[in-house]
Design a protein around this ligand. Structure first.
Ligand code: SF4
Ligand code: SF4
Length: 87
C-alpha cells in the first residue's frame, strides 16, 4: 500500500518535509513517492500527511489488485459457440 503523486504536481515542495519516512523526492518531471518507503503514515498520523498539505490534491492512493472490487468483467468469458451448420 502506498500513495503516488500524479502529473498534476506543481513541484511546490510542501509535501517533502511532511513525510515521516522520507519517501518523497524530486523525480524526473515532478515529485515522486517511493512506494517501498511510503507506509501511508500509519502509526504517525490519522491521515496521510502529504495528502493533507498538497495544494492541488494530486496525491492519490495506489489501489492494489486485490483491493479492487471483483468487477463487471470478472465473469466475462469469450466463449462463443460458433458451431453453425449451413445446409
Ligand atoms: S502517505 Fe505518509 S508515508 Fe506515504 S508518502 Fe505521504 S507522507 Fe510519506
Ligand atoms: S505538495 Fe502536491 S503539488 Fe506540492 S510537491 Fe507535493 S505532490 Fe507536488
Amino acid at each position: 500500500m502506498a500513495y503516488q503523486i500524479t502529473s498534476r504536481c506543481i513541484n511546490c515542495d510542501m509535501c517533502v518535509p511532511e513525510c515521516p519516512n522520507g519517501a518523497i523526492a524530486m523525480g524526473r518531471l515532478h515529485y515522486e513517492i517511493d512506494p517501498c518507503l511510503c507506509a501511508e503514515c500509519l502509526g504517525f498520523s490519522d491521515r496521510p500527511s502529504c495528502v493533507a498539505v498538497c495544494p492541488v490534491k494530486c496525491i492519490k492512493r495506489i489501489q492494489e489488485e486485490h483491493e479492487r472490487p471483483a468487477g463487471k468483467n470478472a465473469g466475462k468469458k469469450g466463449a462463443r459457440n460458433a458451431d453453425k451448420n449451413s445446409g
